[in-house]
Design a protein. Structure first.
Length: 122
């Protein structure tokens, strides 16, 4: 039996925009690698009004990945921050819809929060 983390790779890089941060995710958010994203995002929450997860390059999401997104949303909200998802692939958007998470979590991807926290030109 092979270890799930040996064949599954999740990478991410971050981009700061004022008091918001964008985490660009690449690969698969599945069992065995979810803790990587959880650790990174939980470090960013206290110093950011908004954490945006850009899922453009996310190729797969399983139930553990889905649970991770929900837990991160709750962590951000309880810390007075927000978590948003952007650039969801159709299959990931469909998964959220099938699990009825698209309704309570629709603010995840509705309006990117960094647009509301722009710094003044000066």
């Amino acid at each position: 039996m092979t270890d799930a983390t040996s064949t599954t790779v999740l990478t991410f890089d971050t981009e700061r925009k004022g008091d918001s941060v964008i985490v660009h995710c690449h690969g698969k958010l599945v069992y065995g690698v979810c803790d990587q994203l959880t650790t990174k995002v939980k470090q960013l929450i206290p110093e950011s009004k908004c954490v945006v997860l850009d899922l453009t390059d996310l190729t797969h999401l399983d139930s553990m990945g889905l649970g991770t997104l929900v837990r991160l949303y709750v962590s951000a909200k309880s810390a007075g921050s927000s978590l948003q998802l952007i650039n969801l692939a159709p299959r990931i958007r469909q998964l959220l819809g099938m699990t009825n998470l698209s309704v309570p979590l629709c603010s995840f991807w509705s309006r990117p929060c960094w647009h509301t926290t722009k710094q003044r030109a000066g």
